[in-house]
Design a protein around this ligand. Structure first.
Ligand code: ZN
Ligand code: ZN
Length: 244
């Protein structure tokens, strides 16, 4: 651009040419600076706009969160509630967790004993690491028989609870909380004679025929229903039942 301007006989019209030259130089400098600024901003803020590599994975081309993404983050391990997805205590959801503020693909649906209403508002990770319990002074199970304090805390504050027809209670065996396996009906309990026996024992004061009728009526998805546990130490199955 400059050489073209210089080639237009600068000696005959020195002043206008010089002005043109400087105008052209200024325009060129501004254009170049603009391009450099754009490149600089893109370099500085482009990464933020695009998100971290992990975030990029979960963003759809426009915005929003891709549901399948949550698969990339494995669910935490809950020793006292080994398959909370199977029991329905944890479900796939785009809901944001009130504790970590993130939508991580899964949300807890069970009971939350806290001042705030946190139902369907906590993610499994904040339950597992105790942050939800600490932050909201929350428990996820209210009734546990006598166990050492560290186990009691693990069961009530680090483990997803489950929803019963009545007040839920966590069964204990070998001086520790048993693993909750889910609800069970007569059909499922047929494979667990020890659990069946423990249920029958609970009905010891009932007339025998009435107890049998009740046990046969147990259903996994309705009521009355049984809550099946397995001892983490000796493997024994235990259950209790309730209805509305
Ligand atoms: Zn969370
Ligand atoms: Zn046991």
């Amino acid at each position: 651009m400059d050489s073209a301007l210089l080639g237009q006989d600068p000696l005959r019209f020195p002043l206008p040419d010089a002005t043109e030259r400087w105008t052209a130089r200024a325009a060129w400098a501004m254009a170049t600076a603009s391009v450099l600024l754009v490149l600089l901003f893109a370099a500085l803020f482009g990464a933020d706009a695009a998100g971290t590599p992990a975030d990029r994975l979960i963003r759809a081309p426009g915005a929003g969160v891709i549901r399948s993404l949550a698969v990339t983050e494995p669910l935490p391990v809950f020793p006292y509630h080994p398959d909370p997805v199977a029991t329905g205590a944890i479900v796939r959801s785009d809901a944001e967790c009130s504790c970590c503020g993130r939508a991580r693909g899964h949300i807890y649906t069970g009971p939350v004993y806290a001042v705030e209403n946190l139902r369907h508002r906590l993610c499994p990770w904040c339950i597992a690491d105790g942050s939800a319990a600490d932050r909201f002074e929350a428990q996820f199970t209210d009734v546990v028989d006598d166990v050492p304090l560290d186990r009691l805390i693990a069961i009530t504050q680090r483990t997803p609870g489950f929803s019963g027809w009545q007040q839920e209670r966590w069964l204990i065996h070998c001086e520790d909380g048993a693993a909750f396996l889910g609800t069970a009906g007569a059909a499922e309990l047929a494979a667990c004679p020890e659990a069946w026996a423990s249920l029958r024992q609970e009905l010891a004061s009932w007339p025998a025929s009435q107890a049998e009728q009740y046990l046969k009526a147990l259903t996994k998805d309705g009521q009355p229903t049984a809550y099946l546990f397995q001892c983490r130490s000796c493997g024994t199955h235990r259950a209790y039942s309730d209805a509305t």
